[in-house]
Design a protein around this ligand. Structure first.
Ligand code: HEC
Ligand code: HEC
Ligand code: HEC
Ligand code: HEC
Ligand code: HEC
Length: 330
């Protein structure tokens, strides 16, 4: 009744003495269409019985709500995910560095909005629903089960969104330096990234390699490559490349030979850092990056020379034809 007014909100001074705008308006249509549209406000917001809400608590995604999970009959909750995340590379227990400042919480990655209204390839899926109706007469019943499975199982966040999400922190030099990690700057030059850019839904995004469901991972169980079980650990890379029909014939050499994130673009920065680090593997990487850089430069010059020469030749030829015809020649 109150939160439907778009003007509802106020300006405040936060703990860092910055002015922040707080919006208390809730768009009913958007809320109903969101993942949590079926929940009541008080399922998530505790301490809001009094008006004004002086006792309002911060929302805890690990608490139980009134929804019942039908396969076990237990009260539903995200507690298991909260625990998983805590132990992952992104959690207070699982992260490797002492700095716990930039670790993502639920709301850094989830905006509560369905990415693909309906599900992947809506028209085709709805046609497939007709198959269910062949045996299940009751339309609403069949549609409910069909929608549940297809909606949840479809790729909810398109690959480009995944890359955007992870890059928010992993392409940020400041955050990565604080945690002694390389920025993933070279990723956009890889085949995977280009294919994603052009809308390929089959090609691997960050999650397919770092948290493949097929191998028992999830976005909340991402681990460092140093973890023996990690899908990016040297011993598991082959399995990761060949999962769910991707590079089925991948050999160990295939899986360990190619660079996923490093690229010639980074060569300059790596060269600068070379003096500081004497690590063998790193020096090899720097050498490879240098070689790639020179090959790329060679080809750029070659291409410019060939195309430029071709164009120049055409122009000279045109000029000669013009000059000869002016002289009254043939
Ligand atoms: C799935 C859980 C969930 C449901 C359901 C939900 N909210 Fe929220 N809401 C949140 C989260 C998370 C925040 C972010 C602030 C926080 O963490 O406390 C938030 C923030 C808000 C804020 C801004 C508060 C502030 O301090 O800036 C308002 C107002 C609000 N919700 C109102 C509502 C209303 C009204 C409903 C019911 C129509 C509702 N919410 C349903 C999870 C939920
Ligand atoms: C590093 C980013 C990240 C963080 C942090 C994160 N999630 Fe997720 N989560 C994802 C991605 C990506 C998916 C895959 C579905 C999608 O594309 O939205 C997902 C999926 C889910 C799902 C659907 C089930 C599944 O595994 O596919 C639930 C439920 C969920 N997250 C809840 C949470 C909760 C609760 C938290 C906080 C404890 C949280 N997430 C923190 C990125 C994150
Ligand atoms: C060829 C006929 C046929 C088609 C097509 C069919 N079903 Fe069924 N379905 C059945 C029969 C018969 C049962 C009950 C026996 C069983 O469990 O196999 C059933 C059971 C179910 C159940 C389990 C219900 C329960 O309470 O245990 C669900 C859910 C279901 N079907 C959903 C679907 C959906 C969704 C589709 C479309 C993708 C579909 N069915 C297509 C014949 C069919
Ligand atoms: C809000 C910022 C943020 C987001 C979003 C984020 N990460 Fe991270 N990630 C971090 C930080 C910070 C660390 C380092 C944790 C530590 O201190 O050890 C990290 C660590 C990692 C590591 C382990 C690195 C190592 O060797 O310890 C991997 C792998 C990773 N993230 C992948 C991803 C993927 C894939 C996504 C997208 C689903 C993602 N991250 C989204 C901030 C983020
Ligand atoms: C094709 C598979 C693949 C894709 C796609 C991919 N990665 Fe990786 N990533 C790897 C592998 C393999 C490693 C380990 C590097 C090595 O051993 O040389 C790695 C390393 C990392 C690391 C650092 C080290 C660690 O300890 O695990 C981070 C952080 C990371 N990736 C984040 C991302 C982000 C963010 C994206 C998306 C923008 C992404 N990756 C896309 C396969 C992939």
């Amino acid at each position: 009744m109150c939160h439907k007014y778009p003007g509802l909100g106020r300006y405040e001074i936060d703990t860092k003495k910055r002015v922040v705008k707080r919006v208390f308006y809730v768009n009913e249509g958007l809320h109903k269409a969101s993942y949590h549209g079926k929940l009541n406000c008080s399922d998530c917001h505790e301490g809001v019985d009094k008006i004004p809400h002086t006792d309002a608590k911060k929302v805890d995604c690990g608490k139980s709500c009134h929804v019942i999970e039908p396969s076990t009959g237990k009260v539903f909750s995200h507690k298991a995910i909260v625990e998983d995340l805590k132990k992952s590379a992104h959690g207070v227990e699982g992260s490797r560095s002492k700095n716990k400042d930039d670790l993502p919480g639920c709301r850094d990655c989830h905006a509560n909005k369905p990415y693909q209204l309906g599900f992947h390839g809506q028209a085709k899926s709805m046609a497939f629903l007709q198959v269910c109706h062949q045996c299940h007469e009751e339309q609403a019943w069949a549609e409910r089960f069909f929608r549940h499975v297809t909606y949840r199982a479809s790729i909810r966040r398109p690959s480009a969104e995944v890359v955007k999400l992870c890059s928010k922190c992993h392409a940020n030099p400041g955050i990565m330096a604080r945690h002694k990690l390389d920025v993933i700057a070279g990723f956009q030059d890889t085949y995977h990234a280009k294919a994603i850019q052009y809308g390929d839904v089959e090609v691997a995004n960050c999650l397919n390699c770092h948290a493949p469901y097929a191998l028992g991972f999830s976005p909340h169980r991402i681990t460092s490559k140093q973890n023996k079980k990690s899908p990016t650990n040297a011993d598991n890379k082959r399995a990761t490349c060949s999962q769910s029909g991707c590079h089925v014939e991948a050999t160990k050499e295939f899986a360990t030979g190619s660079k996923v994130h490093i690229s010639p673009v980074k060569a300059a920065r790596l060269m600068e850092e070379a003096e500081e680090s004497a690590d063998d593997a790193r020096n090899r990487e720097i050498f490879q990056a240098k070689v790639l850089h020179w090959i790329k430069l060679f080809y750029q010059i070659l291409i410019a020379a060939v195309i430029g020469g071709l164009g120049g030749h055409r122009l000279l030829d045109l000029y000669a034809t013009h000059r000869d015809s002016k002289k009254g020649g043939r």
